[in-house]
Design a protein around this ligand. Structure first.
Ligand code: FAD
Ligand code: SIN
Length: 553
């Protein structure tokens, strides 16, 4: 049995930021001079997609480049459903975002001839070199600097290994505060977060004027993913349970090149390697991208991934090969030191041999619907970064636009939060009930999670059919029924994550079933080339009783 929850704690902050990746850290640092912040990180502070980012961050800096060109590439990659005004806003703020990171002390790779003295690389779908990077571990370089700043800031309290369970809503208020807030007609608002400290098994009720969801994506709903373990869609599921709309969940991006190893879990091989000239080959040496797209290895990611998938299925292959040997040992050592080292640890010398690669679930293009200030449908609740749907990515994200979105939208949300004066009154909230989880049930959760991940990989993957999606939906319904039979409402990190994964899986499948066309990342054989539905898929809570039933009383 897990230890019972003891000494329920209550805390207050002006702003709670759930998630310590680039989006969360940006908001926290931007508001901290004027607001007291509690920053939650479910796992180790270094475990986030942000810290793992390799290729880089878009910066429209070069004189030969332009915002128009970046917006065009974003629209093209997004296959017709990018919100152009959002793409333009984010593009036009890219210089400011890069300058802000430089000012904080991030050390990007230099080029004396480059704009701001920075080296620009290229990735799929970009018609210009506009990706700023720190060798091949850009995320680590950014994350370390921002994290160090957050740790030093006297107004930021970091709760590491502390998992947000659910948002505190009007129904969780008690006493006079409940009535005050009721009469002020602010019952569609967020008042804080219930969180579980994983180390001492305490539930903390944290109240705040504003809550920011920055929990990243849901890559871990798939069996094979480039994402860290923390990417279980917690924020998306929490916001959904709180009544927020969620959009475009069918558009899950599969990265084309994840290191294949028959026994070990691999790692991402950055697209920048293809940006610098690496080739994709079949085991017989044939460079196959020319058979699929005139842009060859630098076609947008959905196209490259589907091409690999097709070739693997056609020839019954376990992997294809990414060949960078012709770039030369010197270039590879200087430009891709991390990948070189990681490959060597797997016994692959990429200066002499091609790297075996497979596609893997990478990025959640959809998420919690927000406006350009990060505001959701629930008042005082924001969502930024990969957990949010702003309209920037449409049906497929352009490489390196994600880190840029984290910084720009983090700043936008912070600005909005600072517009409101600090409220005098604090909400009085009900305490979380004391439940425990049985060890036998923990094992069952682990088995069901693996089952769900396999199902999503096979039936809701790179190429889908209506039959597969319907089968996946039926199976998810069954898993949900079994989930309801678990004892009461056990509070345990695995239970919390599994509930969120189940909700996100259902959101992905229902969105995919809703879209009767193939577009961008959503490739469905029944509607192979029809482009009919040129709008986002927006799901509203309450329409989907089956999903809602995963709420607790
Ligand atoms: P994350 O960085 O994932 O951070 C999420 C945070 O939320 C974590 O701190 C986590 O602990 C916390 N969290 C989650 N759930 C809870 C909870 N319930 N309670 C408390 N805390 C919680 N994009 C680019 O633009 N360029 C790249 O080069 C690039 N390379 C990538 C390489 C890899 C291997 C991966 C996986 C992604 C890459 N991406 C890249 C995508 C990009 O890194 C992410 O989209 C982006 O970093 C997301 O940032 P975020 O702050 O929204 O979320
Ligand atoms: C990569 O380095 O290939 C990942 C870039 C991205 O996801 O934007």
């Amino acid at each position: 049995m897990s230890p019972p929850i003891s000494n329920h704690l209550v805390r207050h902050a002006d702003v709670i930021v759930i998630g310590a990746g680039l989006a969360g850290l940006t908001v926290a640092l931007e508001v901290a001079n004027e607001r007291k912040v509690i920053l939650l990180s479910k796992g180790d502070l270094n475990e986030s997609a942000s810290a793992w980012a390799q290729g880089g961050i878009v910066g429209v800096l070069d004189q030969k480049d332009s915002y128009d060109s970046h917006v065009r590439d974003t629209l093209e990659a997004g296959a017709g459903i990018v919100i152009e005004s959002v793409a333009r806003l984010i593009s036009e703020k890219s210089q400011q975002a890069i300058q802000c990171l430089l000012h904080l002390g991030v050390k990007f790779t230099q080029d004396p001839l480059g704009p701001l003295g920075l080296h620009l690389t290229r990735e799929g779908g970009h018609t210009h070199r506009r990706v700023i990077h720190a060798e091949d571990s850009t995320g680590k370089a950014i994350q370390e600097v921002l994290l160090a700043k957050a740790k030093q800031h006297c107004n930021i309290q970091i709760f590491e290994h502390c998992v947000a369970i659910d948002l505190i809503l009007h129904k969780h208020l008690c006493g006079q505060a409940s009535q005050d807030f009721q009469t002020s007609a602010l019952n569609n608002r967020c008042y804080g977060v219930y969180a579980l400290n994983i180390l001492d098994h305490q539930v903390i009720s944290i109240t705040a004027q504003d809550v920011v969801i920055a929990t990243g994506g849901v890559g871990k709903v798939y069996q094979h993913s480039t994402n860290p373990n923390s990417s279980t869609g917690d924020g998306i599921a929490m916001a959904w349970r709180a009544g927020c709309r969620v959009a475009n969940m069918e558009f899950i991006q599969f990265h084309p090149t994840f290191l294949y190893h028959p026994q070990e879990s691999g790692f991402l091989i950055t697209e920048a390697l293809r940006g610098e000239g690496a080739y994709l080959r079949l085991p017989n040496g044939h460079r196959f991208m020319g058979d699929h797209d005139p842009r060859l290895e630098l076609a947008p990611r959905d196209i490259v991934t589907r091409a690999i998938d097709k070739e693997m299925k056609r020839y019954g292959l376990q992997y294809v090969l990414l060949d960078a040997t012709h770039l030369g040992a010197e270039v590879l050592k200087e430009r891709f030191p991390t990948i070189l080292k990681c490959c060597l640890a797997f016994g692959i010398d990429m200066t002499k041999e091609a790297i075996p690669v497979v596609p893997s679930a990478h990025y959640t293009c959809g998420g919690v619907v927000t406006n350009v200030d990060g505001q959701t449908d629930v008042q005082h609740l924001f969502s930024v970064g990969e957990s949010a749907y702003t309209g920037l990515h449409g049906a497929n994200r352009l490489a390196s636009n994600s880190l840029l979105e984290c910084v720009v939208m983090g700043k936008q949300a912070a600005k909005k939060i600072l517009e409101y004066p600090i409220e005098a009154s604090q909400a009085q909230v009900k305490l979380w009930s004391d439940y425990v989880v049985d060890d036998d049930e923990k094992l069952k959760i682990a088995l069901q999670k693996a089952d769900l991940q396999t199902l999503m990989w096979h039936d809701v993957g790179i190429v889908r059919t209506t039959h597969q999606l319907e089968r996946a939906h039926n199976r998810i319904e069954l898993i949900k029924k079994e989930f309801h039979q678990f004892s009461k409402i056990p509070i345990d990190p695995q239970w919390i994550e599994f509930r969120n994964l189940l909700i996100c899986a259902e959101l992905i499948v229902l969105s995919a079933l809703d879209r009767k066309e193939s577009r961008g990342l959503h490739y469905i054989r029944d509607y192979a080339t029809i482009f009919a539905q040129s709008s986002p898929t927006i799901l509203k809570p309450n329409c989907w009783a089956s999903i809602e039933s995963l709420d607790y009383p």
